[in-house]
Write a protein that binds this ligand. Structure first.
Ligand SMILES: N[C@@H](CCC(=O)N[C@@H](CS)C(=O)NCC(=O)O)C(=O)O
Length: 194
């Protein structure tokens, strides 16, 4: 069995999708967390000075979505066809673009303005893509559903109620959190404010 070590900061953030995917397959992993205040002493040791990274049997892999796609394949959480994957990947990228450009500065005015300016198009687009389906892919769950939950959780922390006008997206979050393996992870994961 391979040895997994996931390194990130001591919060959910970008690494949480990877923790979800590992938990979903009951994969044991070292959940290595660096305190942000200590980061400057470690930064140079990581590819491009960024986290998260996943070490698999001692080899370091980086970029959340690349690692996530690898784990999602193993978890059976990718699309069933190439075209399903094309659509799922587009949703993942849309969510990722939105969170990547979010001003994670704690500056309330900047965060509010960003969601006002860009949030409507993204959130109403995602709500429309989901429609009355249970999952973004339709009948079956994929890691795009999980990514929506983990990313929106961070946004919700900084801007409570940011998705309140999108009930379908909110009920999708609930369904993700009720997946037994995810529910068990949420119960046992280290408690951090976000
Ligand atoms: N696209 C990259 C982004 C990585 C990234 O920007 N990570 C941030 C944390 S979310 C980081 O390492 N920040 C510390 C720094 O840049 O010094 C990924 O998804 O892995």
């Amino acid at each position: 069995m391979s040895n997994y070590k996931l390194t990130y900061f001591n919060f959910q953030g970008r690494a949480e999708i990877l923790r979800y995917l590992l938990a979903y397959t009951n994969t044991e992993f070292e959940d290595h967390r660096i305190e942000y205040k200590d980061w400057s002493a470690h930064k140079d040791a990581y590819p491009y000075g960024k986290l998260p990274v996943l070490e698999i049997d001692g080899t370091v892999y980086y970029q959340t979505l690349a690692i996530g796609r690898y784990l999602a394949k193993k978890a059976g959480l990718t699309g069933k066809t190439d075209l399903d994957n094309l659509r799922i990947d587009a949703i993942l990228d849309t969510i990722d673009d939105f969170v990547s450009l979010y001003p994670w500065t704690g500056d309330e005015k900047a965060m509010k303005e960003y969601v006002e300016k860009c949030g409507g198009a993204v959130l109403s687009g995602l709500e429309k893509e989901l429609g009355n389906n249970k999952w973004f892919a339709g009948e079956y769950v994929t890691w795009a559903d999980l990514y929506w939950d983990t990313c929106s959780e961070s946004l919700e922390h900084y801007q409570p109620g940011f998705a309140k006008d999108y009930p379908k997206l909110l009920s999708l979050k609930k369904r993700v959190k009720e997946l037994p393996k995810i529910a068990a992870w949420i119960k046992r994961r280290p408690q951090t404010p976000y």
